[in-house]
Design a protein around this ligand. Structure first.
Ligand SMILES: [Zn+2]
Length: 111
């Protein structure tokens, strides 16, 4: 087994990977709760921790074409959501560099 560096968020309200329970994102980092992922509701975060990124992929959303990377938990490799690398629509540019985490892949800790 290799060593895995796990970052711990200060909290108190933190979202964790549902599978392996490492911290994924702080409640304070939520930009919007009004997103939809592959498995239902999803949240937009400005920062997340303990993730690794997949390759760039172009995807069509209801809001237009985006270049995204899938996000995996760096501890258990479970897919958690995706990161917006580039938005083609001017009105969607604010999402660039931000992260979608699927509610179904998270557990809440601290509230
Ligand atoms: Zn995990």
């Amino acid at each position: 087994m290799g060593l895995i560096f796990v970052e711990t968020l200060p909290g108190p309200k933190v979202f964790k990977c549902k599978l392996c329970k490492v911290d994924s994102a702080s409640l304070d980092a939520i930009i919007s709760k009004d997103f939809h992922g592959r498995y239902g509701r999803a949240y937009l975060f400005k920062t997340v921790v303990n993730i690794s990124l997949g390759p760039n992929e172009d995807r069509e959303f209801l809001t237009g074409r985006h270049t995204v990377n899938d996000i995996y938990c760096s501890s258990c490799q479970q897919i958690l959501g995706w990161r917006y690398e580039k938005a083609y629509d001017e009105g969607q540019k604010y999402k660039e560099g931000m992260f979608i985490l699927e509610k179904a892949m998270l557990m809440k800790a601290g509230w």
